[in-house]
Write a protein that binds this ligand. Structure first.
Ligand code: AMP
Length: 452
């Protein structure tokens, strides 16, 4: 039992994001928004909780997510007119986007819908570096009626090419695209039957986890990293041998388009991914694991795939689609680690740039009676677009200089003489240069780089 006075901490698996790191998050999000808009995506914001049934039907009852990781509760009725309902914090966002697509009849326009989202997701997983119970995803979906071309392999290739561009623009080094085709829903059924058959005589030799998966969701056995099971898994039937002609041709067309635009990829026949709704193309972008990745064993930056039957599973019209979700927490960890390891010295690093960014000026009032004038000057400068911190007139000059040096590139001294004369003393920390500047010219002076 905790005592009444013991401090309350953030819940296990959740964390606070603080400045200056949040500046890096904002920067990553702004680059993502910029890339998405160049590819014609619009933003969608769906609720953070949904009816539990949405995930049970969409993601699949037998998946790890639905069977053990969801935050679900019985929401009590508050009025006679309401019914109690089982609700769940969203563990992923694709099901919510497709629900919204159906609910708002977005398919009626006959156009492809290109939607992106950005927000927290919730899964009760075992927390570790790169794996949290509340984590952020940046994702996008392209879906629409088949007449809009939503099934075309060019959509898959375009999404993958966009991701390659996004990772390049973010400055992620050494990413690797792995992809596979899990075939149509019927290919999958045939394949899962073959897998079950192949697993039946050998599954008792496998780890406990894989014995359970062999029963409940044999595809998940392929995802397994259990070292003792690898030889057995490699000997299992391959999905590639169960694709029908259409699925085969679709996958070949995706690969051909990727090759044509110079996106390197590796076909990984074991990449099936854990969610039930995937059909045909599935993919992951990873970065090399190890310390420099910042991710340890959690080296998947993002994952996604095609989900041609999901809309129907949720009671909607036919609306084939493809999408992905980037783990934003992992992306940030990777950017920070790569900046620190300086894998590419000389290149500007998004992460390191953000850590050192200082304000344009620190205003140091001399004496508390100068505080109102300091605030007035700060107001003028901030309105002129500068970033400014205001000190406090009770500080001794030495303390003001120390505080200013930490926060800003320059310090502006504001004493009675300066106020009377309108000539201010400005010191630039990087050069040590101290100079007098006319108040009318101060904003321009402060906006010039410190090195000049
Ligand atoms: P998924 O929705 O499982 O396909 O995951 C897509 C991406 O989200 C993964 O590649 C990870 O980068 C990220 N992700 C999934 N689960 C977590 C988690 N618990 N904590 C942090 N990131 C996660």
């Amino acid at each position: 039992m905790s005592t009444p006075s013991s401090p309350i901490k953030a819940v296990r698996g959740t964390r606070d994001l603080l400045p200056p790191e949040t500046a890096l998050w904002a920067r990553v999000e702004s680059i993502a928004r910029d890339v998405f808009s160049r590819y014609g995506f619009g933003e969608i914001r769906t609720p953070i909780f949904e009816a539990t049934e949405l995930f049970a039907r969409g993601v699949g009852e037998e998946t790890d997510i639905v069977s053990k990781e969801m935050y679900t509760w019985e929401d009590r009725a508050r009025a006679q007119s309401e019914k109690a309902q089982s609700l769940t914090l969203r563990p992923e966002n694709t099901a919510g986007v497709v629900r919204a697509y159906i609910e708002h009849k977005l398919g009626d326009s006959g156009q492809l819908q290109k939607l992106f989202y950005l927000g927290p997701q919730f899964r009760r997983e075992r927390p570790q570096r790169g794996r949290y119970r509340q984590f952020w995803q940046i994702g996008a979906e392209v879906l629409g009626p088949p007449s809009a071309g939503s099934e075309s392999p060019i959509r898959d290739a375009e999404v993958l090419e966009m991701l390659a561009t996004l990772l390049d623009e973010l400055g992620v080094k050494g990413w690797r695209l792995e992809l596979n085709s899990v075939g149509s829903a019927t290919d999958r059924l045939r394949y899962v039957a073959a897998l079950r058959e192949a697993l039946a005589p050998v599954k008792h030799q496998m780890s406990e986890d894989n014995q359970r998966r062999a029963e409940t969701n044999p595809l998940r056995v392929l995802d397994s990293k259990a070292p003792e099971d690898q030889a057995l898994i490699d000997s299992l039937p391959k999905i590639a041998d169960y694709l029908d002609d259409d699925s085969r041709a679709h996958f070949d067309a995706v690969l051909a388009a990727l090759a044509a635009c110079g996106i390197p990829y590796t076909v990984n026949p074991r990449l099936v991914r854990g969610l039930d709704y995937y059909t045909r193309t599935t993919f992951e972008f990873t970065i090399p694991s190890g310390d420099a990745s910042g991710l340890g064993t959690q080296n998947a930056l993002l994952g996604g795939g095609r989900y041609d039957g999901l809309s129907e599973m949720l009671g909607g019209p036919r609306a084939p689609g493809i999408g992905f979700a980037i783990g934003e927490d992992r992306l940030i960890l990777a950017l920070q680690a790569q900046a620190e390891a300086a894998l590419n010295p000389g290149a500007p690093h998004l992460a390191s740039e953000m850590w050192v960014q200082k304000l344009d000026a620190y205003i140091a009032p001399l004496g508390p009676e100068r505080n109102p004038a300091a605030l007035t000057l700060a107001r003028e400068l901030r309105r002129a677009g500068l970033s400014v911190e205001v000190g406090d007139g009770t500080f001794r000059l030495k303390k003001s200089f120390e505080a200013a040096d930490k926060a800003a590139r320059r310090i502006v001294i504001l004493g009675e003489d300066e106020l009377q004369s309108g000539i201010l003393t400005v010191k630039t920390f990087s050069t040590g240069m101290q100079t007098k500047v006319n108040r009318a010219e101060l904003a321009v002076y402060l906006s010039t780089p410190a090195s000049e």
